[in-house]
Design a protein around this ligand. Structure first.
Ligand SMILES: Nc1ncnc2c1ncn2[C@@H]1O[C@H](COP(=O)(O)OP(=O)(O)OP(=O)(O)O)[C@@H](O)[C@H]1O
Length: 720
C-alpha cells in the first residue's frame, strides 16, 4: 500500500470471512456486533501479554528541554542516594490462620450464595445468551473445548521471548495489513491442537501469528531476545503481513460534557489511603502536597478535577505531583487502582498550560509536547479519555492512535492538531517512521506499564525521544529499575506508596484448590452464585478464552471475551458490553490484566493462575479500585501452580487475607530460598534499587531477597 494511501477513506468495515466451526449457524456478529466473531487476521497482541510484572506501571518522562539534548552518558551516572526510612517489609508467611476453601465451606460474607435456583435466577436476570445474538453453538463443549488433557501446564514455559521472525519492514504494507511476526515477540505455537490437547478450533487460525505483543502462551512463535521489539510496520502490532487490510475506524467517544466527566464513586476505603506508608528516596525531594489547591494548578484544571469528582489526593498523587511539577525525574510505585494516571497527567498538563504549547492544527507537521505509550489498545484508549477529561476547555488537544485500526484514521487524527499523543508502541513507531509527527517538541514521555515496555525492548526507542523521565508503577522489579534507571537522571526520586507490588487490601482473596478437570464446573457454580455482578475471568490463552466464553454462553451465562486474537472492533464491543453490564462476565487473557479501570468490577476469577505473582496482583487489581471493595478467587491447580505457592502465601499474608493450610504446605514443600516466583530475581522491588548498590542483598517489601544475585526462576522466554 502506498505511503499516502491513508488519504483514501476506507470506511467500509472489515468483515470477517472466516466463520469458525463452532460459530457457524449459531452466532451472528451482525446482530450484536459481538465478541466471538473473529478472523484469522486479527489484531495486535501487544496486549495480551503475559504479565510478568504486575504492577509496574505508569512511567512518564517529563522534560523541560527539547529533545535530543540529552547527554547519552548522563543516564548512567547514577548516584547512590541515601534512603529514607524503612518501608513496607512484609510479614513472613505462614503465621496466619487458614480458612481455606471458603467455597466449600460457605462464606459468611455472603459471597457464595446458597441459591439452588441459579439457573432460573440467571435466566430471570437475562444472562442467557439468547439476548446476545444467538451465540449458542451446537458445539459440544467436550469435543470443542480445550482438552482437559495437557491443560495449561503444557502451556507454561512455552513462551518464546521477543521478536521473532523477521516481519515485513515495509511501511507501505502497514496500513491495514495485519502481519505475522511479532512486535515484541511472541510465543511458540504451542497451543495448536495436540500441543495442549486442545481441539477447539480457533478462529484466528493457528500459527498465523498476529503481530504484536503476544500474551503468555500465545500461539505464535517468535522471540529471539527481549530487545527485538518491532514496530507495527515491521510486522509488529498490526499483525499478519498476508492478512486483510485493517480498515476499522473506531467510533469517536461521546463529546458531551457529562460523558467526558462520567466517573464512578470512590469507595468506602478511599480514606484509608491516608494511612498508607510512603517512602521517598533521593536528594532534595519537594514536600508532598496535601490538597489539590496546594498544587497551584490553573483554574481550568481545577475545574476539571472538580468535575471529575476528585476532592482528595491519593498518596501517589500527593507525592508525585510536586515532584513532577518541580521538573524532577521520578520512579514511583503505588498499588493498583490508586490514581497513578492522574498523578502524571495533572502535572504534565499544568506544565503545558504554564509553558504554552506549540503544536496546533494549523501546522503541517504536528509536534506533540507529550507522548504517552501503553502496551494495550484498551488501556491507551482509557488514558486518552483521562487526558481528554483533564484537558477539557484548554487549548491542549489529546489524540489516541493504536493498532488494529486504520492507519489513515490515526494520521487524520494527528494532523488535526496533537499536543498529547496517546499511542500503542507499534502504531507510534509507524507514525514516527512515516514522519507524520515531529519529535522536537516532546518534553514529556509517559510509559504506562513501563516494566512491560522495558521488558519488550521498547526502552531504546523511547530513549531517543526524551530527556526527563517519570516512571510510575505498582511494582518495580529490580532489573526493571535498573533498566528504567537508564532513562533517569542520576538524581531521580523514588516514591514507594504502601506495600509495593502487594495486592490491594480492598480485594478479598480466596484461593481454591481446583484441578484442571474441575475448573469449568466450579466456574459455573461460582458465576451462578455471583449473579449479575460484573466479573472478569482470566485464562491463560486466547484459545481458552474463546472456549470458556463459548462454554459459559452455552451455560446461559451472558459472557463476552477479550484477547489479542479478536479484531479490534470486537474487542471494543466486548469491553463496551462488559462496561455497560450487557455481558456481566468478561473472559480475558492478560491483555486485560493491567491498567483497565472498569466501574463495578466486583469479582475477578483466575480460572488459570498466571505464571507470575506480579501478574496475579495486576489481575486482581481490576477490582477493589479507588477505595471500593472487590473479591478475587483463584483456581490453584497443584499440577501446574505449585511454583506460585510461596509468593501467593506472601501476597495473601501481606494483604491480611486468610492463607489456606494446604497452600502453606505446598509453599513450604516447594520452598526455595531466594526464590520469588517472579519472572525476575525477586517478587517485588519495593525499595529503590540504588540502595542495593550499597547493600547488595536486602529484603524487599515482600520479604524476599532482592539481591541482585538472586536466581532467576524463569528465563527471559517467559516474557515477550
Ligand atoms: N484523587 C482521586 N479522587 C477520586 N477518584 C480518583 C482519584 N484519583 C484517581 N481516581 C479514580 O480512581 C480510579 C483508578 O485510577 P487509575 O486508573 O489511575 O489507577 P492506577 O493506579 O493507574 O491503577 P492500575 O495500577 O490498575 O493501572 C479511576 O477511576 C480514577 O478516575
Amino acid at each position: 500500500m502506498g505511503d499516502e494511501d491513508w488519504e483514501a477513506e476506507i470506511i467500509k468495515p472489515h468483515v470477517s470471512s472466516y466463520v469458525p466451526v463452532f460459530e457457524k449457524d449459531k452466532y451472528s456478529s451482525e446482530a450484536n456486533g459481538d465478541t466471538f466473531n473473529r478472523t484469522s487476521a486479527s489484531s495486535s497482541e501487544m496486549d495480551d501479554g503475559p504479565s510478568r510484572r504486575d504492577h509496574f506501571m505508569r512511567s512518564g518522562f517529563a522534560s523541560g528541554r527539547s529533545l535530543g539534548n540529552r547527554d547519552a552518558g548522563e543516564s548512567n551516572k547514577r548516584e547512590n542516594t541515601p534512603t529514607v526510612g524503612s518501608f513496607g517489609v512484609g510479614k513472613g508467611f505462614g503465621n496466619r490462620g487458614f480458612s481455606n476453601n471458603k467455597f466449600e465451606e460457605g462464606d459468611s460474607s455472603g459471597f457464595w450464595k446458597e441459591s439452588t435456583n441459579d439457573c432460573e435466577d440467571n435466566q430471570t436476570r437475562n444472562r442467557g445468551f439468547s439476548k446476545r445474538g444467538g451465540y449458542q453453538d451446537g458445539n459440544d463443549s467436550e469435543a470443542s473445548g480445550p482438552s482437559r488433557r495437557g491443560g495449561r501446564g503444557s502451556f507454561r514455559g512455552c513462551r518464546g521471548g521477543f521478536g521473532l521472525g523477521r516481519p515485513s519492514n515495509e511501511y507501505d504494507q502497514d496500513e491495514g495489513t495485519q502481519r505475522t511476526g511479532s512486535l515484541f515477540g511472541s510465543r511458540r505455537p504451542a497451543l495448536s491442537g495436540a500441543g495442549n490437547g486442545d481441539t477447539y478450533q480457533s478462529r484466528s487460525g493457528s500459527g498465523s501469528g498476529r503481530g504484536g505483543y503476544k500474551g503468555l502462551n500465545e500461539e505464535v512463535i517468535t522471540g529471539s531476545g527481549k530487545n527485538s521489539w518491532k514496530s507495527e510496520a515491521e510486522g509488529g502490532e498490526s499483525g499478519d503481513i498476508q492478512g486483510p487490510k485493517v480498515t476499522y475506524i473506531p467510533p469517536p467517544p461521546p463529546e458531551d460534557e457529562d460523558s467526558i466527566f462520567a466517573h464512578y464513586q470512590t469507595g468506602i476505603n478511599f480514606d484509608k489511603y491516608d494511612t498508607i506508608l510512603v517512602e521517598v528516596s533521593g536528594h532534595d525531594a519537594p514536600p508532598a502536597i496535601l490538597t489539590f489547591e496546594e498544587a497551584n494548578l490553573c483554574q481550568t484544571l481545577n475545574n476539571n478535577i472538580a468535575k471529575a469528582g476528585y476532592t482528595k489526593l491519593t498518596p501517589v498523587q500527593k507525592y508525585s505531583i510536586p515532584i513532577i511539577l518541580a521538573g524532577r525525574d521520578l520512579m514511583a510505585c503505588a498499588q493498583t487502582g490508586s490514581g497513578k494516571t492522574a498523578a502524571f497527567l495533572l502535572p504534565i498538563l499544568a506544565h503545558m498550560m504554564r509553558d504554552g504549547i506549540t503544536a496546533s492544527r494549523f501546522k503541517e507537521l504536528q509536534e506533540p509536547e507529550c507522548i504517552i505509550v501503553a502496551p494495550t489498545r484498551e488501556l491507551i484508549n482509557q488514558i486518552y479519555l483521562e487526558a481528554r477529561k483533564f484537558s477539557f476547555g484548554t487549548c491542549v488537544r489529546a489524540v489516541v492512535i493504536y493498532g488494529g485500526t486504520q492507519l489513515g484514521h490515526s494520521i487524520r487524527q494527528i494532523v488535526q492538531g496533537c499536543n498529547i499523543l496517546c499511542a500503542t508502541p507499534g502504531r507510534l513507531m509507524d507514525i514516527i517512521g512515516k514522519e507524520k509527527i515531529g519529535l522536537k517538541q516532546v518534553k514529556y514521555l509517559v510509559l504506562d506499564e513501563a516494566d512491560r515496555m522495558l521488558d519488550m525492548g521498547f526502552g531504546p526507542e523511547m530513549k531517543k525521544l526524551i530527556y526527563y523521565s517519570l516512571l510510575f508503577s505498582a511494582n518495580f522489579p529490580e532489573e526493571n529499575q535498573r533498566l528504567a534507571g537508564e532513562f533517569l537522571k542520576s538524581n531521580y526520586l523514588f516514591v514507594a506508596v504502601g506495600q509495593v507490588g502487594g495486592a490491594c487490601r480492598d480485594v478479598q482473596q480466596t484461593i481454591l484448590q481446583v484441578g484442571q478437570y474441575s475448573k469449568r464446573e466450579k466456574l459455573v457454580e461460582i458465576l451462578r452464585n455471583i449473579g449479575d455482578e460484573r466479573t472478569m475471568v482470566f485464562v491463560e490463552t486466547k484459545k481458552k478464552a474463546d472456549f470458556i466464553a463459548t462454554f459459559l454462553c452455552q451455560e446461559k451465562i451472558s459472557t463476552t471475551s477479550i484477547h489479542g486474537d479478536r479484531e479490534q472492533r470486537e474487542r471494543e464491543q466486548a469491553l463496551g458490553d462488559f462496561r455497560c453490564g450487557k455481558c456481566p462476565v468478561l473472559v480475558a487473557t492478560s491483555v486485560a490484566a493491567r491498567g483497565l479501570d472498569i466501574e463495578n468490577v466486583q469479582h475477578v476469577i483466575n480460572f488459570d493462575l498466571p505464571c507470575t505473582i506480579d501478574e496475579y496482583v495486576h489481575r486482581i487489581g481490576r477490582t477493589g479500585r479507588c477505595g471500593n471493595t472487590g473479591r478475587a478467587i483463584s483456581f490453584f491447580d497443584p499440577e501446574s501452580d505449585n511454583h506460585l505457592a510461596q509468593p501467593l502465601v506472601k501476597v495473601l499474608s501481606d494483604a491480611q487475607q486468610d492463607v489456606p493450610a494446604w497452600l502453606e504446605e505446598i509453599a513450604f514443600s516447594t520452598y526455595v530460598p531466594g526464590f520469588s516466583g517472579s519472572s525476575r530475581g525477586n517478587v517485588f522491588a519495593s525499595v529503590d534499587t540504588r540502595k542495593n548498590y550499597q547493600a547488595k542483598s536486602t529484603l524487599n517489601a515482600a520479604g524476599f531477597s532482592s539481591s541482585s544475585q538472586a536466581p532467576n526462576p524463569v528465563d527471559d522466554e517467559s516474557w515477550d
